[in-house]
Design a protein around this ligand. Structure first.
Ligand code: PFF
Length: 482
């Protein structure tokens, strides 16, 4: 069986895909969300569950998305339609591609606002605007930064323009070329941060906080938050990884590249934790201070330390670079779709989408100032975008991707794409058919509040055992099923 379509563009360098996909995965999710979530959910226990989720859901689903992208060679809508048709299934599966594309767009609409915070903090760090002598003082700086829509709008617009300029240039000249220097730069900055943390006097406390496993802290809420975050941090079900997979040359191994990306993403999250918590502990601050952790506590901590002013600049520059390499991946799917399916040039597609994005993200930005009272069911527009994407669309989309790769896609097609040794393929198939969907379903149902306190985890084990027996019986009856 041969691949369906010829790719229009492929990554040029051997590391093109890995750099771009790692650039997509490593972002605000690793440096902003992961540390504050770890802080809120009590450290090591959360980290352990998060690692398990990356292994049991993240990696298998990422492999599926790359395989779907490479098989269908196109934007999520086109690639999924082609793969479904090739497998003799309905083209309506493309709906999943639409949802992924919309999800990427929606994530970007609020992501540029947080990325805007990062760039504005870089500016403040450079111009001496982060001077305060208490957490309250830092909180006042954060609030003042948000209060003026012109100020906040300026920074998020800047991020939008930079994103669109890169994406408009194309896969190789724009995305690949930019990640080739941004990713190594990011690693260098992170290493500088960790070396600094090593000498901060709080390294041991930070290390223990991240890695000491305390089963008492393993609550249901922590498990579910860790699962949701695994999706977000690996950029799953948002069209990003699938579209980047469409440009992956046929001779590169999907298993190996996925593993590399997932390991790099995890390492960066852990390293970010190792860079941030020691500084927090060395200055006697609270690790559980929520989303403001890196915008309030951290700058204050830096202020109290030698060379803190320089390190602060490195930190916010690192944050801005990480955000940008993720932002470009969120919109690539839509630009690729307009380009392939509607013949719009990439440059025009990027600026056209950029204008719509600017309007939606401006509405999200207004949630922090003039629109502070515009709430629907208790949530701002910004919160709605975050809630709908990470709580509903990503789990649903991930479930769809797992079903598509596990049950719908032609067996031989997925086998050809993944190219795994037989025993590993069997393992992957079991995980993608049962383990990942079940885990995702639990997150999803919980987000809807349908899993009451009486939920018993033994149900999951029972269903998995049943599936295992079922699969064994089926494969004995028909050794080469579709
Ligand atoms: N993985 C990114 C992060 O951790 O910041 C977020 C993200 C990127 C989500 C791309 C979705 C996406 F399509």
């Amino acid at each position: 069986m041969t691949a369906i379509a010829r790719p229009k563009a492929l990554w040029l360098g051997r590391w093109g895909f890995v750099l771009a996909a790692t650039g997509s995965s490593v972002g605000l999710g690793n440096i902003w969300k992961f540390p504050y979530m770890t802080g809120e959910y009590g450290g090591g226990a959360f980290v352990l569950v998060y690692l398990l989720c990356i292994a049991a859901i993240g990696i298998p689903v990422m492999m599926s998305e790359i395989a779907l992208g490479r098989r269908g060679r196109g934007s999520p809508v086109d690639a999924i339609r082609r793969v479904a048709r090739e497998s003799g299934r309905s083209g309506l599966w493309a709906t999943l591609g639409w949802m992924a594309m919309l999800c990427g767009f929606m994530v970007l609409s609020f992501y540029v606002v947080v990325a805007g915070w990062s760039v504005s903090y870089l500016w403040k760090a450079l111009s001496g605007g982060l001077a305060a002598d208490s957490v309250e003082g830092m909180a006042a700086i954060f609030t003042a930064n948000n209060a003026n829509p012109w100020n906040l709008g300026f920074w998020s617009t800047l991020v939008t323009v930079a994103t669109m300029a890169i994406v408009g240039k194309g896969v190789q000249a724009g995305i690949e070329r930019s990640v080739r220097w941004m990713m190594p730069g990011l690693v260098i900055m992170l290493v500088i941060m960790i070396v600094y943390a090593l000498f901060s006097g709080g390294f041991k406390a930070g290390f223990l906080f991240l890695f000491a496993f305390d089963p008492g802290k393993l609550t249901g809420a922590a498990v579910l938050a860790a699962m949701g975050h695994a999706f977000f941090t690996l950029s799953l079900a948002s069209g990003a990884i699938l579209t980047y997979g469409a440009y992956l040359p046929a001779d590169q191994s999907i298993g190996r590249t996925t593993l590399t990306v997932a390991i790099c993403d995890t390492l960066v999250a852990l390293m970010a934790g190792l860079a941030i918590f020691p500084v927090i502990f060395a200055n006697g601050m609270d690790p559980a201070s929520g989303p403001g952790l890196i915008f309030m506590s951290l700058p204050l901590a830096f202020q109290q330390m030698p060379l803190g002013g320089v390190i602060e600049v490195v930190f916010f520059l690192m944050l801005a670079v990480a955000a940008l390499t993720s932002a470009i991946s969120m919109i690539e799917a839509t630009v690729a779709w307009l380009n392939e399916s509607h013949g719009v040039s990439r440059r025009r597609a990027a600026w056209g989408v950029g204008i719509v994005l600017w309007i939606v993200s401006t509405l999200a930005m207004l949630s922090f100032n003039v629109g502070a009272d515009w709430k629907l069911a208790g949530r701002h527009f910004f919160d709605w975008l975050d809630f709908l994407t990470s709580r509903l669309m990503m789990p649903l989309g991930g479930l769809g991707m797992a079903i598509l790769a596990g049950f719908v896609m032609h067996r031989q097609a997925i086998r050809d794409e993944l190219g795994l040794p037989p025993w590993l393929h069997v393992l992957w198939q079991f995980v993608i058919r049962y383990v990942s969907p079940l885990a995702i379903l639990v997150v999803f149902l919980d987000a809807l509040g349908w899993l009451g306190a009486g939920f018993d985890w033994r149900w999951i084990a029972a269903i998995l055992a049943l599936a295992l027996v079922g699969e064994a019986v089926i494969s004995r009856r028909s050794p080469t099923p579709r």
